[in-house]
Design a binder for this molecule. Structure first.
Ligand SMILES: Nc1ncnc2c1ncn2[C@@H]1O[C@H](COP(=O)(O)OP(=O)(O)OP(=O)(O)O)[C@@H](O)[C@H]1O
Ligand SMILES: [Mg+2]
Length: 276
């Protein structure tokens, strides 16, 4: 069992896209095993991008029941009621497999006030940990998508996680942002979760033709060596799959660059977890 958080305080770097496709890829990997367990995708961002994609995307409103549920995990997390496993439903990803990634029924309004609700609780940073404790072993992998912040919600995620993946874009400031995130992770390791492991840094939306992109990747490799994960190219197929409510493995052909980028990432994650 691994609980993997996707973290970056910067917006639009591919956290939700990687969460969706990593969850779908790990679910596919897991379903080939004999005693397979499901993958759970948790959405800690009130934009609910990961939930909306996993429930069929934005072209129609198939996802609405999953994001407006009366009994939802945002309330359960904030107010401590309800059995957490009764809030779990099947998503639609991976589209081509019967073993679907599980998600929590959620509620957009409750998600928008979750940080404030948690701030008023004792042990505010531990609420997700306590919430997952009774159910986490039912899953092979739990993937947590996070909002673009370094606040209490990502902190809850990092306290509850075994591993972290940091997607970065390759603009001039991304290396400075990376130092901040690694500091935040170090603080959480020292204060609450000493076993938290940085699985890797994922260059996301990578533009091969751009010199600056290649330079940033070289610099990440120089500074952080082994933490550099396979890059995800910036490809129209990837955003089209997300918009249509598909994972890349179901939307794109096996020979496509999008499919290969995410396969490489899933393989690297499994390798680093010692589960390939
Ligand atoms: N590899 C990629 N190639 C092309 N488009 C991408 C890629 N990754 C993400 N995108 C697109 O970029 C936008 C932002 O991606 P995404 O929502 O995954 O980022 P995020 O880090 O989760 O953003 P936020 O911080 O707002 O939650 C989306 O429209 C998505 O479809
Ligand atoms: Mg997101």
């Amino acid at each position: 069992m691994a609980i993997i958080s996707l973290i970056n305080r910067k917006g639009g770097v591919g956290k939700s896209t990687i969460s969706i496709n990593l969850a779908a890829g790990l679910a596919t990997h897991e379903s080939r095993k004999k005693n397979s367990k499901p993958v759970l995708l948790i959405d800690m961002d009130d934009q609910l991008s990961a939930t909306i994609t996993a429930m069929g995307g934005g072209f129609d409103d198939k996802f609405v029941p999953a994001i407006s549920a009366e009994q939802n995990y945002a309330s359960a997390l904030g107010e401590g009621y309800g059995a957490s496993d009764s809030l779990v439903v099947d998503s639609l990803i991976p589209r081509k497999r019967s073993e679907k990634v599980k998600i929590f029924r959620t509620n957009k309004v409750r998600m928008e006030t979750l940080e404030t609700t948690l701030k008023n609780k004792d042990e505010a940073a531990f609420q997700l940990t306590y919430f997952l404790e009774p159910i986490k072993n039912e899953y092979s992998y739990i993937i947590i998508d996070n909002p673009p912040s370094a606040g209490l919600l990502p902190t809850n995620s990092l306290v509850a996680s075994t591993d972290v993946l940091i997607p970065i874009e390759q603009d001039g400031l991304s290396l400075i942002g990376l130092v901040d995130i690694l500091k935040m992770i170090e603080n959480i390791k020292h204060s609450t979760n000493p076993d938290l492991n940085v699985l890797g840094i994922v260059p996301s939306r990578f533009k091969l033709v751009r010199r600056q992109s290649r330079d940033v990747i070289k610099e990440v490799e120089r500074r952080y060596g082994d933490l550099l994960m396979p890059y995800i190219k910036d490809l129209a197929d990837i955003s089209a799959a997300t918009t249509a409510g598909y994972d890349v493995f179901s939307y794109c052909s096996e020979k496509s660059q999008a499919y290969r980028c995410f396969s490489n990432l899933v393989d690297a994650v499994l390798g680093k977890l010692g589960q390939d």
